[in-house]
Design a protein around this ligand. Structure first.
Ligand code: PLP
Length: 629
């Protein structure tokens, strides 16, 4: 636990059981519900589902929806706040139908709504958010069709708020609404001067992509008054960035937003709602700090700052408390899903050795480096040992290129070099001071565990923005780890790797893992992938979507769980079709080529049928490596 910190980043949903396996507690309020992840993996295998898989714990999703809404309700009651909470889930964070449907269902008792940021998302939420009490908030840039769809929602009796992101959208909305004779509900997004801290801080500030300046908000409000539509202006929106790491930015944004609301009220625009956007962060590295992948507050503290922050300003200004809207997506979905991949191999620089016994006439470089290796125990200046060995290795490569050194001699030098490096690493492992160059030895001597997945499909943010995700073995955590590793994926891209981990309380480039056993699969989990990672992945190398299993716990037997659904991942055929190929035509072309080999006597008819079937099976099979039949 100290090493992998599962309970630190697990948000109450994940711990390590006594048997060394990850355990899932899908309803933290009821810790008796406890699922052994190993049992889930066994069942996935028994069902014949191939790895890698996305495992979704739907109870976790439901718990997070209930948590956020309950905390808002309780805090509002405790603060004697006069408005209500009308949260919305921004579907862009994870648009999967099963996820959105589950959130809508779990949110029903709280009138929890949805947020959409594009036409396709709007079309989705129109069909899914059928609760007339809940809000549908529309952000993002909009065209006339978008406005019409929103107005269709109004016709259907929905509380759809069109949030104006730039001034010209307002005139378009007013024109469309008047033509159709449908009254819109209008929100305005304010460009905030407060900037969130962290990776998404450009969402705030004057150069923010979205929102109206104060002057534009005033102009827009007056324009609505002139058009006789000021009563349609009901919501003020702001969003200063996702994954806010420091609670101070939440407090500052609340003060700024609340002041704008209060002033608008005094100018005769009594808004019903203030929407504080997203930003509620996740503690990916378990440090509960202002690290980029963490945050120095919890959900309770965030909600308290929103509610009390708004109340304080409203009370000072003598204006009513507005209803509060928030658009938390990351906090709702991150924990509920993870990617489980199997380690299919190990790559290490010092893996292969050649015979280094002295031979007559060998090059002086070989002799020197062998001598250094043999006299290692008598050396007094280890920094010099490192420098000499490194220099000889470098010079050896130059000499090889100049045809002075043979391939065999180069192999000997490499072997001896790595032996020296291993001894240096061991020597310094107990030292108080480790010179900078030698600090890198742990990394150069570590293994790369080859994992059957694609970073680009399953953990896009680790590649794109260096986002840290918790990565741990799913079993054997009660065994002492004996291999230092980073992870590499199976794409043909050197960027396809993960070398940022939380180990203990530090962020490191290697993760202690366990030696691979011949007859036992070693599964590694990438956790907290439910927000963004699940849906942002791309098709690099034509590895498509993963097989998915949806897990529920039984109401009457909380120790047990069931796989409610298996959603098949992409087949080769599926990904080829996306790229405009015609797999059927390809299969018949290959069959024809195989048949031609019969006429030329290269294959007999039975072999030809087998090869044809094999090609067709691969075409309809999974895109990832097949690790067992
Ligand atoms: N609302 C808006 C307007 C956003 O741009 C975002 C994401 O950046 C969100 C909500 C969701 O934010 P989060 O996932 O941090 O809750």
């Amino acid at each position: 636990e100290k090493l992998y910190g599962v309970s630190r980043w697990g948000g109450g949903y994940f711990t390590i059981g006594e048997n060394g396996n990850v355990h899932v507690t899908p309803v933290p309020a009821d810790p008796s519900i406890r699922i052994d992840f190993k049992a889930v993996l066994d069942e996935i295998r028994d069902e014949g589902v191939q790895f890698p898989v996305v495992v979704r714990f739907h109870d976790v999703l439901r718990s997070q929806v209930a948590n956020l809404n309950t905390i808002f309700r309780d805090t509002i009651a405790e603060a004697e706040y006069n408005g209500q909470y009308h949260g919305v889930y921004p579907v862009k964070v994870n648009q999967m139908r099963e996820v959105v449907e589950e959130i809508v269902d779990a949110g029903e008792p709280f009138n929890y709504g949805l947020e959409a940021g594009s036409k396709a998302e709007l079309i989705t939420v129109l069909a899914l958010n059928t609760n007339e009490e809940s809000l549908t908030v529309l952000n993002g840039y909009k065209d006339e069709e978008f406005m019409k769809l929103a107005l269709l929602g109004r016709k259907l009796g929905r509380r759809i708020v069109v949030v104006i992101e730039k001034y010209s959208e307002l005139t378009l909305l007013v024109k469309t609404a008047k033509e159709l004779g449908i009254e819109p509900i209008i929100g305005m997004r304010s460009k905030m001067t407060v900037k969130g801290r962290g990776k998404w801080e450009s969402s705030g500030g004057e150069r923010a992509k979205f929102g109206l300046t104060i002057a534009e908000i005033l102009k827009a409000a007056r324009y609505l008054r002139e058009e006789g539509m000021e009563h349609c202006f009901k919501l003020l929106h702001f969003h200063i960035g996702s994954q806010l790491t420091d609670i101070r930015s939440v407090k500052e944004a609340m003060t700024e937003g609340a002041r704008i609301y209060a002033e608008l009220h005094k100018l005769g625009f009594p808004l019903d709602y203030v929407d504080v956007g997203g930003g509620l962060g996740i503690d990916y590295d378990g440090s509960a700090s202002t690290n980029e992948s963490s945050r120095n507050y919890n959900m309770q503290e965030y909600v308290a700052d929103v509610v009390y922050g708004m109340k304080e300003v409203c009370d000072q200004e003598g204006v009513p408390h507005p209803n509060l809207v928030s658009e938390s997506g990351r906090a709702i979905t991150a924990h509920h899903s993870c990617v489980i991949t199997e380690i299919v191999g190990e790559i290490r620089s010092d893996m292969a050795e050649v015979d280094t016994t002295p031979v007559d006439g060998e090059h002086v470089f070989v002799r020197n480096i062998r001598e250094l290796c043999e006299t290692f125990d008598t050396q007094t200046n280890m920094q010099e040992v490192f420098n000499d060995a490194s220099q000889w290795k470098e010079q050896a490569m130059d000499a090889f290129k100049l045809r002075v050194l043979s391939l065999d001699e180069l192999g000997k030098i490499e072997t001896l070099y790595w032996r020296i490096m291993i001894r240096l690493r061991d020597y310094y492992s107990t030292a108080d001071y480790v010179p900078e160059e030698i600090q890198g030895l742990d990394y150069s001597l570590s293994s790369q565990y080859l994992a059957n997945f694609s970073v680009f499909q399953s953990a896009a943010d680790t590649w794109a923005i260096d986002q840290l995700l918790p990565v741990v073995p799913v079993t054997r955590m009660n065994e002492k780890p004996d291999v230092n590793c980073s992870l590499v994926d199976i794409t043909c891209d050197s960027d396809g790797k993960i070398d940022q981990f939380t180990v203990g309380r530090e962020i490191t480039d290697i993760l202690p893992m366990h030696k691979l056993k011949k007859d036992e699969p070693y599964y590694v989990g990438l956790f907290l992938t439910g927000a963004y990672q699940d849906v942002m992945g791309d098709m690099h190398n034509l590895f498509g979507r993963l097989n998915e299993v949806h897990i529920y716990s039984y109401d009457d037997d909380p120790q047990d769980f069931y796989i409610e659904e298996v959603v098949k991942g992409s087949s080769v055929q599926d990904v080829l079709e996306i790229m405009q190929y015609n797999p059927r035509a390809m299969a018949s072309d290959v069959k024809r080529m195989i048949d031609r080999q019969i006429s030329s006597g290269n294959l007999n008819p039975r072999e030809a049928v087998k090869w044809t079937d094999f090609y067709e099976n691969c075409l309809s099979g999974y895109t990832y490596m097949k690790t067992r039949s």
